[in-house]
Design a protein around this ligand. Sequence first.
Ligand code: GAP
Length: 441
Amino acid sequence: MPISSEFATNPGLFEAVVNLCKRRGFVFPSAEIYGGIRSTYDYGPLGALMLRNVREAWWRAMIQERDDVVPIDAAILTNPKVWEASGHLATFTDPLVDCRNCKERWRADQIEDACPNCGSKDLTEARPFNLMFKTYVGPVEAESSVAYLRPETAQGMFVNFLNVLTTMRRKPPFGIAQIGRAFRNEITPGNFVFRTREFELMELEFFVPPEDGPRWYEYWCQQRLAWYTRYGIASEKLRLRPHEEEELSHYSAGTTDVEFAFPWGWGELEGIANRTDFDLRAHQESSGTSLEYFDQATGESYLPHVIEPAAGATRAMMAFLLAAYDEDEIGGERRAVLRLHPRLAPYQVAVLPLSKKDTLATLSREVLHRLQRHFMCEFDETQSIGRRYRRQDEIGTPYCVTIDFESLEDQQVTVRDRDSTNQTRLPIEGVVEHLLGRFDS
Ligand code: GAP
C-alpha cells in the first residue's frame, strides 16, 4: 500500500511517538502496576489535555461555528431494544476463527489460511462474533436484565430525534452531535491506540430531506477532510476513500473514509456514511412511535435521511501526534519537536523564569496568572533555559514566555516561538493579546 515518502523514509516514527507518549505522560498502559490489560490505555496528564483539545476542536467546527447542529449527551447503557432495532444485535459482528493448535482467536478477514501465532493451518470455520460488551442491569444476572455498552453513540441521537426536534424547534436540514465513550470487544485490537476496546467517538447525525441526501453526503466528506488539515495534518497525508459495495455497513447506502498515512499504510480516521432513513425507520417500526417530520411548507410528512460523519477522537489524537512529530537541529543540537496546532497542544504556553531566585518569583507568578486566564500553561523553573525549551518543544508547547532580570526593570518578557525558535521582546501588558492573535483557527 503506498504511503507518503516521509513515512517511508522514517520507519522509526511510530516507535518514536509511542515512546514519547509514555515518557512524557501522554498515554500509559492501563493498570501498568498489575501488568496492564491488553490494548487498553490510560491517558496521562498531557494526553488528557490533548484529548480534550481534540474534542474541543471538533466541537468548535461541528457545533459552535454552525447554526444547524445541536449537541446531546446520551447514556452509555440503554434499553437493549435499541440495539435490536438498529441491527447491532444481529449484524454487528466480525468473522472469527480459532486455531485448534494454540487456541488463539483471529479475525478471519485479517489472516491468510494459517494462524499468525503458530503457523498451524488447523483453523475452525469462520463464525460471527458480536462485538458488543454485554452486562446486567440490577442485581439479577438474568436474560431479562441484559444490557450492552454502546458500540457507537449514534443510536442515542436517533432515539432522541423527536425530543430534539420538538424542544429545539428544528427542521431538516439540521444535525445532532455527540462526543462520548464507545466500547467494542475487538478481536484483534492493536497498533497502540489505533484500535482499542474502549475509545472515544465524535459523531454527527445530520438529518436532511431524502432528496438532498447525496448533496449533503458530498458536503460532509469535504468538510471533514478540511477539518484535519485545519488542525495541522498536511493534505498529502490524507485522502478520501469511498467504500466498495461489499465493505458497506448494514445501515449504509454509501460510505467514504477519511484516511491518514499511518506508518503501516493508509488507515481510517473517520467514516462519512449515508445512512438513509435506515435507523429512523427501524426505530419507528420497533417502537411504534412515528418519527416522521411534518413539513408545514409542503403539507407532507417524511422520514429524514441521515448523513453521518463519525470520527474517533483517540485515533485522531494519534494521527495528530504522528503528523506533528519532527526532529531538527538547533544550534548544532538535535531536538525532537511536536509541531502541533496551538489549539491541540497540551499546553499553549510555558512560563519560564530565567532563574529560580526569589527576585523573579513574584513577577513570574503574576505573568503566569495573567496567562492562565486564557491558556493552559506550564510553569517550569528548573534546569537551564535551553533544556527547558527542548522539553517544551518535545511536548508541542507553541510558545514559551521567559521572565528575566531585565523584566523587573522594563516590564517586558521574551516570547519564543516553538517552530522558528524566534524570540520577541514584548510588554507584559500586551502578551495575552499577542498570543490570542495567533490562535485564530
Ligand atoms: N456510528 C458509525 C461508526 O461508529 P465506525 O466506522 O465503526 O462508525 C467511527 O467508527 C470511527 O471510530 C472510526 O473511523 C475510527 O476513527 C473510530 N474507531 C472505530 N473503532 C475503533 C476502535 N476499536 N478503537 C479506536 N477507534 C475506533
